[in-house]
Design a protein around this ligand. Structure first.
Ligand code: 4AD
Ligand code: MG
Length: 504
């Protein structure tokens, strides 16, 4: 019996098994918020019904104690989930004292150290449920479209995405790398099956702490024979909209738990603008407006409103700290104010970081040098101006991967496409049409200083039945981060692996 199914058992006796997420005591009543992984339910223990011994056991339960309760399901719309349980029996499996994560505000590093426990909290639970929905929708989209799921190896001899962030490992005395991308194998598999997708872990040694980079992340990589860059963009748009629609349809309560304003997800069901690199650069530099909005001007406005918000917060903190000095304040009120101050201080920390970032965004936008790849700030600057993801294509070939096809009409550009998510999130998808000309590929492999012998098998794909083809890679955690509007990618995966963190 799971909490999510309570609606089918109104006025019936059921047994629930789970953990104490919260407890509140009245004189003769105890209120336990039970969570069982499927949802939460308030369970009420009445001393008259359960007797003194069970009642005393109930009021001694610490957070995350494991229990089994039996009782009657009662409809009550005001309660979490819409039902409550009137306890008739209570079994304590383990009464927990001093659960490390209290209800006060904790710092992020502490919570990351407690990740194995933190996953139980309501917000983390909701994020993981949304991640699960996204994974499911990804498979159902591609399966419905006739793609075959195939798996690329994780140990590989090929660098796919540059050599600067490879994790090297020993493979029976030879050098091997942990895969940065399944794409090269995906291309081989597409020549066998037509349309395939891989969905697996990929690895990049990203030696810097950013909000967007993990060392281990999950990537979905479709690859399609007989697709060009425009077919690729059509597919990306249909695919992302399908997933968003599913999340909006099936995860309303989870989105509500995390406080996600879903407007931007809904507006993302509209057409994704397709911008060439040239156009995107003009927008970043403030030489071209988007719906009357100028990139530089809007950042300057943002700076002003952010400064205002910080001073509001600081005033409120000071007021509450002053208030706490009032003699005889009740314990509840003290706790409330302290929690509030903790929250405000955390918000202030984030805002101070924004205040350090915004001037950098402004200066990197103004000084963007034509021909460069976009950095995180450039992506933030441009995506703030749109209400849907945007697709930027036709990049200067020198800054993109070796395998991208040259634009046949203008060989300065390669047919790569990046999808940048709105609200400042930036790149969630990288892909493109693949070079089919063996000689151009050989030239590129040399230019990138890659060992030719480990690419012989890849070049065979251009020697035996070469066809136009394209594909892309979606970073699952980047998508989850945007959909959930998380500040940092670390909360989008159960156990993040990133620079400076291997535990838990
Ligand atoms: O743009 P990338 O490097 O493209 C590829 O790997 C291609 N081979 C994909 C293809 O065409 N089949 O990476 C693709 C996506 C990025 O857009 C981003 O979402 C994600 O993978 N990604 C990361 N996510 C988290 N942490 C990192 N360090 C990431 N690096 C890339
Ligand atoms: Mg990329």
């Amino acid at each position: 019996m799971l909490i999510k199914d309570l609606s089918k058992f109104v006025e019936k006796e059921v047994t629930l098994k789970g953990w104490v997420a919260n407890r509140r005591d009245g004189k003769d009543l105890v209120f336990i918020i039970l969570r069982d992984g499927s949802g939460q339910c308030q369970c009420i223990g009445d001393i008259k019904l359960i007797g003194e011994e069970k009642f005393n056991a109930a009021v001694s339960l610490g957070l995350e104690s494991s229990i089994i309760v039996k009782g009657k399901v009662v409809l009550d719309e005001r309660q979490i989930g819409g039902y409550e349980l009137h306890i008739s029996e209570l079994d304590v499996l383990q009464n927990v004292k001093d659960y490390p994560i209290a209800k006060k505000e904790h710092g992020i590093e502490f919570l990351m150290d407690q990740r194995h426990l933190w996953l139980r909290s309501n917000r983390q639970w909701a994020i993981m449920k949304i991640r699960n929905q996204i994974t499911f929708s990804i498979h159902s989209f591609f399966q419905n479209e006739g793609f075959v799921q195939m798996d690329a190896p994780i140990f590989t001899g090929n660098a796919c995405e540059g050599t600067s962030n490879l994790f090297e490992t020993d493979y029976y005395g030879d050098k091997a790398y942990l895969s940065q991308s399944g794409q090269l194998y995906g291309e081989a598999m597409a020549m066998a099956m037509g349309k395939i997708y891989t969905f697996g872990p990929t690895f990049r040694a990203e030696k810097s702490k950013t909000r967007r980079h993990l060392s281990e992340f999950w990537m979905i990589e479709p690859e399609m024979a007989f697709h060009d860059i425009f077919d690729n963009m059509d597919l990306i748009e249909n695919f992302l909209q399908y997933v968003l629609q599913d999340v909006l349809k099936n995860c309303q309560s989870e989105l509500q738990i995390i406080g996600r304003d879903t407007q931007m997800l809904e507006s993302s069901l509209g057409k994704f603008p397709r911008l060439t690199y040239d156009e995107a650069v003009r927008i970043i530099k403030g030489e071209q407006d988007v719906d009357g909005q100028n990139s530089i001007k809007s950042l300057e406005d943002l700076m002003a409103t952010t400064e205002n918000r910080l001073s509001e917060i600081n005033t409120e903190i000071a007021e509450r700290e002053q208030k706490l000095k009032t003699p005889g304040m009740k314990k509840g009120e003290i706790n409330f104010n302290q929690t509030k101050i903790g929250q405000l201080k955390n918000e202030a920390k984030d805002i101070e970081e924004d205040l350090r970032n915004i001037p950098q965004w402004i200066s990197s936008a103004k000084n963007f040098e034509y021909g460069n790849d976009f950095g995180g700030s450039d992506e933030t600057v441009i995506t703030r101006l749109f209400k849907t993801p945007i697709m930027v294509y036709d990049w200067p070939h020198a800054v993109k991967a070796f395998y991208l096809k040259r634009n046949p009409n203008d060989s300065r550009f390669a047919r790569g496409v990046d999808v940048l998510a709105p609200e400042g999130y930036g790149e969630i998808v990288g892909g493109g049409e693949r070079e089919t000309d063996e000689n151009l590929l050989i030239e590129k492999i040399k230019e990138h200083d890659l060992p030719m012998e480990s690419f012989e098998w890849y070049l065979d794909l251009r020697r035996y039945g070469s066809v136009p083809h394209a594909g892309f890679g979606l970073g699952l955690e980047r998508l989850v981060t945007w959909v959930c509007k998380l500040k940092h990618v670390r909360e989008s995966i159960p156990f993040p692996r990133m620079y400076g963190r291997l535990m838990p």
